[in-house]
Design a protein. Structure first.
Length: 257
């Protein structure tokens, strides 16, 4: 390094280390300011009011010469800084765009999942309503058939003139109960053999509390075996329905674009 360079470097170091007053060409002053950094297009000053960058284009020529200002180097440096700032701005915009795109995709996925679950729930409710209606129809048919059986039994008892051929009221009631249970069990087996799926919760409870108790009270092993087989068949149908319902909801969710 030659003596001239050493002299310039020493001058710059002294200028940076010592506080000084600076005044721009338009009259703005920076009192007792220290130069914290020299850049090709200006100097960074530290004052009591804060940190400011003053461009050489705003300073007198003697200050420009003091810090070896080069207009071409300053322009190149400013262009480089502006390009870096612009690149940073684009990166930030792209990051924000990607973030918004991800949030939008997640929101759409949640909306599709909610719609699929809502459709599945509505479908299940409609199935329950149809089953309830069918149950009421079936119960009405069972009551009508039971009443008809009772009427025939009473008519047969009334027509019997010989006291020896007349059954006791208990026997008549027992026969009527057996015929009623047989008829209900037949309706239950027919119901489970149809394509309407398993019994609803209320249907199953009614059959267990009503028909189950009747069969148990009669003590007929054949009727009891048929009733237990019907309940097992309903359990199998219920498991199959749960499987198909879950599979349908999952497939419908994955089919969404």
């Amino acid at each position: 390094m030659n003596k001239t360079a050493l002299t310039i470097l020493a001058a710059l170091s002294a200028s940076i280390a010592l506080a000084d007053d600076f005044k721009t060409i338009d009259g703005k002053e920076y009192k007792n300011a220290k130069v914290s950094r020299v850049e090709p297009d200006g100097i960074v000053l530290v004052t009591k009011s804060g940190i400011s960058k003053v461009y050489f284009a705003e300073l007198p020529k003697e200050v420009q010469q003091q810090f070896n200002y080069d207009a071409e180097k300053a322009a190149a440096y400013s262009a480089e800084q502006n390009a870096a700032i612009e690149q940073l701005r684009k990166q930030q915009e792209e990051a924000l765009r990607q973030k918004q795109q991800i949030a939008r995709a997640m929101r759409q996925a949640q909306e599709r999942e909610t719609a699929a679950r809502r459709d599945a729930a509505l479908q299940w409710q409609e199935q329950q309503r149809q089953r309830q209606e069918q149950q009421e129809i079936q119960q009405s048919q069972v009551r009508a058939q039971t009443e008809a059986i009772a009427a025939r039994a009473r008519a047969q008892a009334a027509e019997t003139q010989d006291p020896r051929n007349q059954a006791s009221q208990a026997e008549i009631d027992e026969r009527m109960a057996g015929m009623g249970a047989e008829n209900k069990l037949h309706n239950l087996e027919t119901r489970l053999s149809s394509q309407r799926g398993p019994l609803s919760s209320s249907e199953r409870a009614n059959y267990q509390n009503d028909l189950g108790n009747e069969v148990h009270h009669l003590g007929d092993s054949s009727l009891e075996n048929r009733f237990q087989n019907a309940m097992r068949k309903d359990d199998d149908a219920r498991q199959q329905q749960d499987y198909e319902y879950n599979k349908h909801a999952t497939d419908k969710f994955h089919e969404q674009p």
